[in-house]
Design a protein around this ligand. Structure first.
Ligand code: NAP
Length: 488
């Protein structure tokens, strides 16, 4: 694996959940893989007053917990930890940045990654303070974690203020779904083979479903979630990014802007869901008490930090339509929710039925359509369901899975999403990061849905925790004559 140029990874929010669970373990793995040269450093930054030793003890404990036993060894840990430091900085205090400046002195030639893993309300001030303290060098990049704003106007405000300090080419807006191997494999499948391209369009594809289902609830983050909800937390970013990868036209090259130009066109072609359309094309739900994996779980309204009369949605299903020659008339059904029956992220592309079946049915009506199922979680897999003859005297057909054996074929180490994205930032590869105009187009489509819910007093539908969401979600798709994959 190619060694990365010398870098300083400055992790704002270095004591936070994301840094401890994902970012530090990802950097440790890259260190073990030999990609992080001896001169590169990780500088964790947060408000809490900690010595370097105290911080190292904290990250060692969490890395032991989050890494597989065979990945961790004392010797490897000592080598990694020798390149980690901690700097106490309150991002709202300009004078604190002098400490950071001193720690980075003489290292302007190194690639400087300023990863803002803090609340977005701190982004503007952090960037201003970084610039005023002289921390921003020509080789600096800023990484912004979601959520980037809570609507189009607030996202624009963040983009403007960050854009006043950093050029667009220095800004990396992360959506970690794009860092997943399977999502990149979807790009390989579509644009590295001729097989799918003639089929990848209206007339050949009947409909597309994307599900991001979580079993977890709000995990003590009720206060944060109250102001977010599933539409902003999952649809605006992850689900729409997956729609873009599925629906974009072949880019002219793998150049980041060639890819992002095509994604942008998809976002701009999404038919607006305005006014009363929200009643026919969207469902919002909220979980009540139930059981997940046999364990009783409370209602959303009984979670800490949640208002007793909250109308925040923990579930969304919607029908998206893309107004282009390729996709006219092909619905994209999107759904996401907390406290659902399974933890699952799955894309299902359902092809057209055969026009006339000459075979005896083994299952339903003998017209089981072909399906391409791309699973991102819990295990990554790509499966094409085709009909094959069952052994025996008669021509009875049954769906059989043609599965890509990626794990068996490739012995190379798989990178988790954050490992991939962090190395891309150091390399300066923007392909898997959202451009400002993409973010703007996504909010432009999302905002009217929320406004429509408020305007038409669209009641929130409740669902039992541990189910697949409100009954209205099944009704949304069955009105068009289809069913969610788990219902087929
Ligand atoms: P968190 O656990 O609440 O951590 C927040 C971090 O910010 C802590 O390290 C905190 O440290 C630091 N911080 C707060 N105020 C600060 C200030 N004034 N100056 C400097 N540091 C400050 O949050 P998180 O879950 O890690 O999430 C971080 C960001 O990533 C959020 O925007 C979140 O929405 C996003 N995100 C998180 C996840 C996830 O899985 N957790 C996934 C996707 C996106 P001190 O208290 O010591 O200052």
């Amino acid at each position: 694996m190619q060694k990365l140029d010398t870098f300083d990874m400055v992790l704002f929010g270095g004591t936070g959940d994301l840094a401890l669970r994902k970012l530090v373990p990802a950097l440790y793995r890259r260190h073990v893989a030999g990609q992080m040269g001896a001169a590169s450093r990780v500088l964790a930054v947060a408000r809490t007053n900690l010595t370097r030793e105290e911080y190292l003890a904290q990250i060692e404990a969490t890395c032991r917990k989050h890494l597989a036993a065979e990945e961790f060894s004392d010797a490897r840990w000592r080598a990694f930890a020798a390149q980690v430091d901690y700097v106490q900085v309150d991002a709202t205090e300009a004078r604190d940045f002098k400490k950071l400046c001193a720690t980075l002195e003489g290292r302007d030639d190194a690639t400087r990654v300023l990863f803002l893993s803090t609340a977005p309300s701190l982004f503007t001030l952090t960037c201003d303070n970084l610039a005023a303290a002289g921390v921003v060098t020509p080789k600096s990049r800023v990484v912004l974690e979601k959520p980037l704003g809570h609507d189009r106007a607030s996202a624009d405000l963040i983009n403007r203020s960050v854009g006043a300090i950093f050029a667009e080419q220095q800004i990396y807006r992360i959506d970690h779904y794009l860092g997943k191997e399977t999502v990149q494999n979807l790009i390989a499948l579509r644009f590295g083979n001729t097989l799918f391209e003639p089929l990848w369009r209206r007339g050949r594809i009947r409909h597309v479903q994307i599900t991001i289902a979580e079993q977890l609830g709000v995990e003590g983050r009720g206060q944060f979630y109250e102001h977010t909800g599933a539409l902003r937390d999952m649809v605006q970013n992850h689900l729409l990014q997956l729609v873009c990868i599925l629906a974009m036209e072949p880019p002219t090259s793998s150049d980041p802007d060639a890819v992002r130009d095509e994604k942008l066109k998809v976002l701009r072609a999404l038919r607006p869901i305005v006014g009363r359309d929200v009643q026919n094309k969207t469902v919002r739900g909220q979980y009540r008490a139930g059981a997940v994996n046999g364990q009783p779980v409370p209602s959303y309204l009984d979670e800490a930090g949640v208002a007793a009369d909250s109308t925040t949605e923990t579930f969304v299903a919607l029908k998206a339509e893309i107004d282009t020659w390729r996709w006219a008339g092909v619905p994209f059904y999107l759904r996401t929710g907390k406290r659902l029956q399974e933890r699952l992220t799955e894309i299902v592309v359902t092809f057209e039925d055969v026009p006339h079946s000459i075979f005896e049915a083994a299952g339903s009506n003998g017209r089981t359509p072909n399906r391409l199922v791309i699973r991102l979680q819990p295990q990554e897999s790509i499966t094409l369901t085709i009909l094959a003859k069952m052994p025996g005297e008669t021509m009875r057909l049954k769906p059989v899975d043609l599965a890509l054996d990626l794990a068996g074929t490739f012995k190379e180490q798989r990178l988790d999403a954050y490992e991939r994205l962090l190395t891309d930032v150091v390399k300066g590869n923007l392909t898997l990061f959202m451009r400002r105009d993409e973010l703007d187009a996504a909010w432009r489509w999302i905002d009217p849905v929320r406004e429509g819910w408020a305007q038409h007093d669209e009641r929130i539908k409740s669902y039992v925790a541990g189910s697949w969401g409100p009954a209205a979600s099944s009704a949304l798709i069955s009105r068009d004559g289809f069913a969610w994959q788990d219902e087929t």
